[in-house]
Design a protein around this ligand. Sequence first.
Ligand SMILES: Cc1ncc(C[n+]2csc(CCOP(=O)(O)OP(=O)(O)O)c2C)c(N)n1
Length: 365
Amino acid sequence: MVDKIAYPVQLIQPDGLRVFRPDYTSLVRDIRPDQLRDLYEDLVVARRMDVEAVALQRQGELGLWAPLLGQEAAQVGSARALRPDDYAFISYREHAVAYCRGVDPGVMTRMWRGCAHSAWDPSSVNVTNPAIVVGSQGLHATGYAMGAHLDGAEIATIAYFGDGATSQGDLAEALGFSMSFNAPVVFFCQNNQFAISEPVHLQSPVPIAQRAAGYGMPALRVDGNDVLAVLAVTRQATQRAREGSGPTFIEAITYRMGPHTTSDDPTRYRAAAETEIWKARDPIDRMRRLLDREGLLGEEFLARVQATADAVAARLRSGTVEAPDPAPLDLFDHVYSTDHPLIDEEREQYAAYLAGFAGIEEALS
Ligand SMILES: Cc1ncc(C[n+]2csc(CCOP(=O)(O)OP(=O)(O)O)c2C)c(N)n1
């Protein structure tokens, strides 16, 4: 039996050659040329969307953005393993997961522009809005999974989080609780090597997946830049969850090629040489090499992928710059689902404050 922590699952080498691992290759046997091409398109679209959003932030249209550059395969592979009725709890970097779940790229930046509390209706696509509270996704997913299980639904719930989040108490509680109650959750950790400036070796002296093994949870590592391997392991884990076999912890080993957010400067804490090493493992290049080796690339196909990616990016841009500014008092809406005296009082105070500016614009003009 292969040690799944010491030997991460890989189905495509960086040079595009397939790796034969009977236990995992069989899980993606149905992925034929057209589906391989679709996965490639998802990867390219994800990167194109991300590049557009970073540009929008630099142009002053967004307050902040958390780039996913380098993590496309981890996100696309895992999201494409989900069924429509499965549910994903994301953090702030999973733009490709949101895209694969069917979130309209035109609303994807709403929270980052600061013009909406919630960018999309989570229940319409079974994916939550971005959540900045590190590690909260584990508990939310566990609670949702338990509820679904008690309702008799045969679905999987997946929690996305980073390597840094595994040091949060919330995650520890989620792992412990879900093991005790056999909650149908997949804990999907994207180990992108950093928690802002903290390298993963400071986060944990042992592989991150080993932390889950300490709870008695089945845990494995996967090459997170290999979209097929990620698809295979997530299919397996979600199937276990749906069948009532309980939680699984997946550590997808990847690399954040860009900054933590658009407010971060990674050159202050990591060497350029390291980033160069990971460029050679670029998830999109790898998939492209596989398609090339298998005779699936062509001018027409590549042009079509580029056109789709450009159209998605254009939608993301127009949705951003055309998003209506909310009225200032909207800030107090939806804090609670019902009226609340404290919120009412604060709304009144703020309304009075705003009224103090009445007529000022005309007076100044
Ligand atoms: C509870 C909490 N503590 C601290 C922060 C500040 N913070 C934002 S991102 C981050 C690092 C998270 O790193 P990781 O979990 O590895 O995810 P990554 O950003 O690398 O995807 C921290 C500490 C926060 N948002 N929430």
